[in-house]
Design a protein. Sequence first.
Length: 232
Amino acid sequence: MVKLFALVMGAVMVFLVHSVIMLLCFVCILVALKYVYNVRGRFGKSVIALVVAIFLAQIIFVPEGEPLMGYGFLQVTTGSIERGFVISGRFFSLITMSWLFVGTTEPRELASGLTQVGVPYRFSFLLILAMRFVPIFQFELSNVQEAQKIRGLKIDKNIRGLVRSVRYTTVPLLFSAMSKVNTLASSMEGRGFGMYRKKTFLHPVKFTSWDLALTLSMLIFSFEVYYLSRLL
């Protein structure tokens, strides 16, 4: 729950910061934490391409500040570059913080923490199932794509090829997902899930002094960042 609180505070802080320097420092800290904790999930081509696309969109469609160069209707200004760094940095920060939270949090412990703070365990288990099924669906998608390659299906790397890939991948993946969902539902019913209003955990998580120190540090850090962003 402390990490969830840190994630929410970090997301709010990212949107409050308007300084390019502070945002770049924050991005560097997040990337360093990602590699220190060896969090799964890499900065693939899709993430980098989307960050670059957001940056270019701000330069093209938000001409603000002093002009630097221009060609026809396209004007590159100081304000558009600064805004491009800010918006793309915010997006990249949110992606990295999400990876850090998911990669360093056990779903069982998250469910225990949510239940202890008053969230009904049915809703807390929905979050657990979502976190557990994402890698399973990724594995199933990889299996479906490999099976299509063995059968000789060739997908071009363009818009038409993307549409074909979605067309021939959605139905097998949907059948596989529904099969796993039915198996999970039968297993939960067999164990009496939802029979009682309260649920106990074999290893409940506890709020320790380290959690209190991290919460206070996060609050102090957030206020300092907000104060410095107002000065810059």
